[in-house]
Write a protein that binds this ligand. Sequence first.
Ligand code: FES
Length: 263
Amino acid sequence: MSIPNPEMNGPMAAPEERVWESPEVQSPVSPVFDELTRQRTKEIVAKYPQSRSALLPLLHLVQSVEGHVSQDGIRYCAEALELTTAEVSAVATFYTMYKRTPCGEHLVSVCTNTLCAVLGGDDIYDRLRTKLGVGHEGTAGEPGTPGSITLEHAECLAACDLAPVLQVNYEFYDNQSVESAEKLVDALQRGEKPHPTRGAPLTDLRTVSLELAGIFTDLDATVEGASGAVETMRGAALASDRGWVAPPMPDTPPPFPSLPEKK
Ligand code: FES
Protein backbone atom coordinates (compact mmCIF):
# COMPACT_ATOMS: atom_id res chain seq x y z
CA MET A 1 0.00 0.00 0.00
CA SER A 2 1.25 3.48 -0.79
CA ILE A 3 0.01 6.62 0.88
CA PRO A 4 0.88 10.22 0.09
CA ASN A 5 3.77 11.76 1.96
CA PRO A 6 2.81 15.40 2.68
CA GLU A 7 6.46 16.35 3.04
CA MET A 8 7.07 15.48 -0.60
CA ASN A 9 4.15 17.42 -1.99
CA GLY A 10 6.09 20.57 -2.83
CA PRO A 11 6.18 21.71 -6.44
CA MET A 12 9.82 20.59 -6.85
CA ALA A 13 9.17 16.96 -5.86
CA ALA A 14 9.51 14.50 -8.72
CA PRO A 15 6.33 12.44 -9.23
CA GLU A 16 8.05 9.18 -8.32
CA GLU A 17 9.14 10.70 -4.98
CA ARG A 18 5.60 11.45 -3.88
CA VAL A 19 4.83 8.09 -2.37
CA TRP A 20 6.32 6.13 0.47
CA GLU A 21 5.75 2.65 1.79
CA SER A 22 3.46 2.08 4.74
CA PRO A 23 5.06 1.40 8.16
CA GLU A 24 4.21 -2.30 7.84
CA VAL A 25 6.33 -2.90 4.76
CA GLN A 26 8.99 -0.19 4.80
CA SER A 27 12.52 -1.44 5.36
CA PRO A 28 14.72 -0.02 8.12
CA VAL A 29 15.58 3.59 7.30
CA SER A 30 19.08 3.50 8.67
CA PRO A 31 21.44 0.88 10.07
CA VAL A 32 22.11 3.36 12.89
CA PHE A 33 18.80 2.34 14.42
CA ASP A 34 19.81 -1.12 15.54
CA GLU A 35 17.93 -3.83 17.34
CA LEU A 36 18.54 -2.30 20.77
CA THR A 37 17.10 1.03 19.62
CA ARG A 38 14.08 -0.72 18.15
CA GLN A 39 13.56 -2.60 21.40
CA ARG A 40 13.80 0.64 23.36
CA THR A 41 11.36 2.23 20.95
CA LYS A 42 8.81 -0.47 21.71
CA GLU A 43 9.28 0.07 25.45
CA ILE A 44 8.73 3.80 25.11
CA VAL A 45 5.67 3.48 22.89
CA ALA A 46 4.14 0.88 25.24
CA LYS A 47 4.03 3.47 28.04
CA TYR A 48 1.38 5.55 26.31
CA PRO A 49 -2.29 4.83 25.56
CA GLN A 50 -1.83 6.50 22.18
CA SER A 51 1.41 5.86 20.34
CA ARG A 52 1.72 9.43 19.05
CA SER A 53 2.16 10.60 22.66
CA ALA A 54 5.57 8.90 22.60
CA LEU A 55 6.96 11.34 20.04
CA LEU A 56 8.93 13.57 22.43
CA PRO A 57 10.79 10.75 24.20
CA LEU A 58 11.31 9.02 20.88
CA LEU A 59 13.00 12.10 19.45
CA HIS A 60 15.29 12.12 22.49
CA LEU A 61 16.05 8.45 21.83
CA VAL A 62 16.95 9.26 18.23
CA GLN A 63 19.19 12.07 19.43
CA SER A 64 20.93 9.69 21.83
CA VAL A 65 21.78 7.43 18.89
CA GLU A 66 22.69 10.01 16.26
CA GLY A 67 23.90 12.92 18.38
CA HIS A 68 21.20 15.00 16.70
CA VAL A 69 17.90 14.37 14.92
CA SER A 70 18.60 13.71 11.26
CA GLN A 71 16.11 13.28 8.46
CA ASP A 72 16.53 9.52 8.94
CA GLY A 73 15.62 10.06 12.58
CA ILE A 74 12.51 11.96 11.57
CA ARG A 75 11.50 9.11 9.28
CA TYR A 76 12.24 6.55 11.98
CA CYS A 77 9.89 8.30 14.44
CA ALA A 78 7.22 8.70 11.77
CA GLU A 79 7.31 4.99 10.97
CA ALA A 80 7.29 3.92 14.60
CA LEU A 81 4.33 6.12 15.50
CA GLU A 82 2.47 6.03 12.19
CA LEU A 83 2.76 9.77 11.78
CA THR A 84 3.76 11.71 8.72
CA THR A 85 7.29 13.02 8.48
CA ALA A 86 5.77 16.53 8.30
CA GLU A 87 4.13 16.01 11.70
CA VAL A 88 7.38 14.78 13.24
CA SER A 89 9.40 17.59 11.63
CA ALA A 90 6.98 20.17 13.02
CA VAL A 91 7.67 18.95 16.55
CA ALA A 92 11.41 18.41 16.12
CA THR A 93 11.93 21.92 14.80
CA PHE A 94 9.70 23.55 17.44
CA TYR A 95 11.60 22.42 20.55
CA THR A 96 15.13 23.72 20.94
CA MET A 97 16.28 20.58 22.78
CA TYR A 98 16.17 18.66 19.50
CA LYS A 99 19.24 19.52 17.48
CA ARG A 100 19.10 19.27 13.70
CA THR A 101 22.86 19.30 13.14
CA PRO A 102 25.48 16.98 14.67
CA CYS A 103 26.47 18.05 18.18
CA GLY A 104 29.58 17.82 20.26
CA GLU A 105 30.17 15.49 23.17
CA HIS A 106 28.89 18.31 25.35
CA LEU A 107 26.25 20.98 24.88
CA VAL A 108 27.12 24.22 26.67
CA SER A 109 24.10 26.47 27.13
CA VAL A 110 24.78 29.99 28.37
CA CYS A 111 21.78 31.85 29.74
CA THR A 112 21.60 35.28 28.12
CA ASN A 113 18.14 36.17 29.35
CA THR A 114 17.64 39.43 31.22
CA LEU A 115 18.92 38.73 34.73
CA CYS A 116 21.84 36.55 33.69
CA ALA A 117 22.66 38.94 30.85
CA VAL A 118 23.05 41.98 33.11
CA LEU A 119 25.01 39.98 35.68
CA GLY A 120 27.54 38.75 33.13
CA GLY A 121 25.81 36.15 30.94
CA ASP A 122 26.34 38.18 27.78
CA ASP A 123 30.04 38.54 28.58
CA ILE A 124 30.34 34.81 29.28
CA TYR A 125 28.67 33.94 25.98
CA ASP A 126 30.87 36.40 24.06
CA ARG A 127 34.03 35.00 25.61
CA LEU A 128 33.10 31.40 24.92
CA ARG A 129 32.06 32.26 21.39
CA THR A 130 35.45 33.83 20.74
CA LYS A 131 37.32 31.05 22.51
CA LEU A 132 35.56 28.24 20.66
CA GLY A 133 35.33 30.11 17.36
CA VAL A 134 31.69 29.20 16.84
CA GLY A 135 28.36 30.95 17.12
CA HIS A 136 24.96 29.82 18.35
CA GLU A 137 24.60 26.04 17.87
CA GLY A 138 28.07 25.81 16.37
CA THR A 139 30.36 22.94 17.33
CA ALA A 140 34.02 23.27 18.19
CA GLY A 141 35.83 20.04 17.32
CA GLU A 142 34.60 17.06 15.36
CA PRO A 143 30.99 16.43 16.44
CA GLY A 144 30.70 13.47 18.78
CA THR A 145 34.41 13.16 19.48
CA PRO A 146 35.77 13.54 23.03
CA GLY A 147 36.13 17.17 24.05
CA SER A 148 33.94 18.52 21.25
CA ILE A 149 31.57 21.25 22.37
CA THR A 150 28.38 22.68 20.92
CA LEU A 151 27.70 26.19 22.17
CA GLU A 152 24.33 27.86 22.41
CA HIS A 153 22.82 30.84 24.09
CA ALA A 154 19.70 29.96 26.01
CA GLU A 155 16.63 31.68 27.32
CA CYS A 156 15.94 31.74 31.08
CA LEU A 157 17.15 28.46 32.58
CA ALA A 158 14.95 28.90 35.67
CA ALA A 159 17.85 29.57 38.02
CA CYS A 160 17.74 33.37 38.15
CA ASP A 161 18.58 33.36 41.87
CA LEU A 162 21.94 31.85 40.91
CA ALA A 163 22.67 34.10 37.95
CA PRO A 164 24.63 34.08 35.83
CA VAL A 165 24.26 30.39 35.11
CA LEU A 166 25.18 28.02 32.36
CA GLN A 167 24.40 24.38 31.76
CA VAL A 168 26.44 21.56 30.33
CA ASN A 169 24.17 18.83 28.99
CA TYR A 170 21.41 20.47 31.07
CA GLU A 171 23.33 20.18 34.35
CA PHE A 172 23.75 23.45 36.22
CA TYR A 173 26.87 25.49 36.86
CA ASP A 174 25.71 28.36 39.05
CA ASN A 175 27.09 31.81 39.85
CA GLN A 176 29.47 31.81 36.91
CA SER A 177 31.97 34.42 35.79
CA VAL A 178 33.78 34.79 32.50
CA GLU A 179 36.85 33.22 34.08
CA SER A 180 35.06 30.25 35.69
CA ALA A 181 33.14 29.54 32.48
CA GLU A 182 36.35 29.59 30.49
CA LYS A 183 38.01 27.19 32.95
CA LEU A 184 35.00 24.88 32.73
CA VAL A 185 35.22 24.76 28.94
CA ASP A 186 38.99 24.17 29.12
CA ALA A 187 38.34 21.19 31.39
CA LEU A 188 35.67 19.79 29.06
CA GLN A 189 38.03 20.06 26.11
CA ARG A 190 40.69 18.16 28.07
CA GLY A 191 38.18 15.37 28.58
CA GLU A 192 37.43 16.16 32.22
CA LYS A 193 33.94 16.27 33.67
CA PRO A 194 33.82 18.84 36.47
CA HIS A 195 30.95 18.13 38.85
CA PRO A 196 27.98 20.43 38.35
CA THR A 197 27.13 22.84 41.17
CA ARG A 198 24.15 20.66 42.01
CA GLY A 199 22.43 17.60 40.65
CA ALA A 200 23.82 14.48 39.03
CA PRO A 201 27.42 14.01 37.85
CA LEU A 202 28.22 15.24 34.37
CA THR A 203 27.97 12.69 31.55
CA ASP A 204 27.59 13.67 27.89
CA LEU A 205 24.82 14.86 25.60
CA ARG A 206 23.98 11.44 24.18
CA THR A 207 23.66 9.87 27.63
CA VAL A 208 21.45 12.69 28.81
CA SER A 209 19.31 12.36 25.69
CA LEU A 210 18.80 8.69 26.53
CA GLU A 211 17.72 9.65 30.04
CA LEU A 212 15.34 12.23 28.64
CA ALA A 213 13.84 9.39 26.60
CA GLY A 214 13.12 7.70 29.94
CA ILE A 215 15.87 5.09 29.73
CA PHE A 216 18.36 4.96 32.59
CA THR A 217 21.39 2.73 32.59
CA ASP A 218 22.35 3.86 36.12
CA LEU A 219 19.34 5.36 37.85
CA ASP A 220 21.09 5.83 41.21
CA ALA A 221 23.82 7.97 39.68
CA THR A 222 21.29 9.91 37.63
CA VAL A 223 19.38 11.08 40.69
CA GLU A 224 22.47 11.52 42.86
CA GLY A 225 23.00 14.93 44.44
CA ALA A 226 20.65 17.60 45.66
CA SER A 227 19.03 19.58 42.86
CA GLY A 228 17.91 22.45 45.10
CA ALA A 229 20.23 25.32 46.07
CA VAL A 230 20.43 27.15 49.39
CA GLU A 231 19.52 30.40 47.63
CA THR A 232 16.42 28.82 46.11
CA MET A 233 15.21 27.45 49.43
CA ARG A 234 15.95 30.61 51.47
CA GLY A 235 12.38 31.94 51.34
CA ALA A 236 10.91 28.60 52.39
CA ALA A 237 13.46 28.30 55.22
CA LEU A 238 12.66 31.83 56.49
CA ALA A 239 8.93 31.10 56.42
CA SER A 240 9.51 27.86 58.29
CA ASP A 241 11.69 29.55 60.95
CA ARG A 242 9.07 32.25 61.53
CA GLY A 243 6.12 29.91 61.49
CA TRP A 244 4.56 31.50 58.44
CA VAL A 245 1.98 29.40 56.67
CA ALA A 246 -0.23 30.02 53.72
CA PRO A 247 -3.83 30.94 54.62
CA PRO A 248 -6.16 27.95 54.47
CA MET A 249 -8.28 27.43 51.41
CA PRO A 250 -11.93 28.47 52.00
CA ASP A 251 -14.47 25.65 52.26
CA THR A 252 -16.50 27.31 49.55
CA PRO A 253 -14.53 28.94 46.77
CA PRO A 254 -15.40 32.60 46.23
CA PRO A 255 -17.58 33.29 43.21
CA PHE A 256 -15.93 34.41 40.02
CA PRO A 257 -16.28 38.15 39.41
CA SER A 258 -18.96 38.92 36.87
CA LEU A 259 -17.79 39.61 33.37
CA PRO A 260 -18.46 42.98 31.78
CA GLU A 261 -21.25 42.88 29.26
CA LYS A 262 -20.19 42.54 25.67
CA LYS A 263 -20.83 45.64 23.64
S1 FES B 1 17.66 34.80 33.48
FE1 FES B 1 19.20 33.27 33.54
S2 FES B 1 18.30 31.71 34.71
FE2 FES B 1 16.72 33.18 34.56
